[in-house]
Design a binder for this molecule. Structure first.
Ligand SMILES: O=C(O)CCC(=O)C(=O)O
Length: 251
């Protein structure tokens, strides 16, 4: 079965699970139809980009904790059931990040999320959900197949980009990269070590995505700072170890 045919299967087939293990990513899949995403985008724009006066960083992160539309995207069965097929029935939503690339915005250097995140152990499935259309011109997500098998050394240079750490491009065969052009409401999945990045936004419009970061209850998530536990949400199943501080979804 080819990748396009696999993508139509509502829950993961054995062939999709094998593909995940082989390449380190899956998709695109449909989370919501473009019309529904247009409705949700209007709410997100209103709540987060119009009314909300928090500093940019705070405004764009962990909004599943207080914006019901963000929670509804992250908890949609089309996403949650597929992630359960990869890492099991009990799922914790650790964080969410809006991936805002303004018109003319910078490239995101190639990196593995595992080089940044202090999850113990590092078990993570990230989704990238297109809120706006993601195209090659506006800097859609790109991934490198097969890089999820092991950590790759990262160069540390905080003067080069806000990221501070990145994979030496010479270590990657960029001709093999896969670019995810997504219509609004589509998503892809990738794991903690799948190398990914994106090019600059060469258009006059923003590119907005949403990344839920999903782990499992036996993972201890890092504190927010000064030892304060970070609130997480139960997405599916049971929190069978109680290692982390759970908050209920927004009402
Ligand atoms: O949105 C992008 O361009 C990059 C996303 C990313 O680095 C991530 O989801 O970890």
């Amino acid at each position: 079965m080819d990748a396009a045919a696999l993508a139509e299967t509502p829950t993961l087939s054995r062939a999709e699970i094998d593909l995940w293990h082989e390449q380190g990513f899956l998709g695109p899949y449909t989370l919501v139809e473009p019309e529904e995403m247009a409705r949700l985008r209007a709410r997100i724009d209103d709540e987060i980009f119009t009314k909300d006066q928090r500093p940019d960083w705070q405004r764009l992160h962990d909004r599943h904790l207080d914006v019901p539309e963000v929670w509804s995207l992250c908890s949609n069965p089309a996403l949650v059931e597929r992630v359960a097929g990869l890492i099991g029935p009990d799922l914790i939503l650790w964080r969410t990040n809006f991936q805002l690339k303004a018109a003319g915005g910078d490239a995101v250097p190639w990196h593995q999320d595992g080089a940044y995140y202090g999850l113990e152990p590092c078990v993570l499935v990230s989704a990238w959900i297109a809120v706006d259309e993601a195209t090659r011109e506006n800097g859609c997500l790109q991934v490198m197949p097969g890089t999820h098998h092991a950590p790759i050394p990262h160069l540390v240079d905080s003067s080069k980009s806000a990221f501070g750490k990145e994979i030496d491009r010479g270590a990657l065969d960029l001709a093999k990269s896969v670019a995810f052009t997504l219509r609004p409401g589509q998503f892809v999945l990738f794991n903690e070590n799948t190398a990914h990045g994106s090019e600059a936004n060469r258009t006059a419009s923003r590119r907005l995505g949403l990344s839920p970061r999903i782990t499992v209850p036996f993972v201890r998530v890092p504190p927010i700072g000064q030892g304060q536990p970070r609130p997480v949400s139960l997405l599916r199943g049971r929190d069978y170890l109680g290692l982390n501080r759970l908050l209920p979804p927004p009402g």
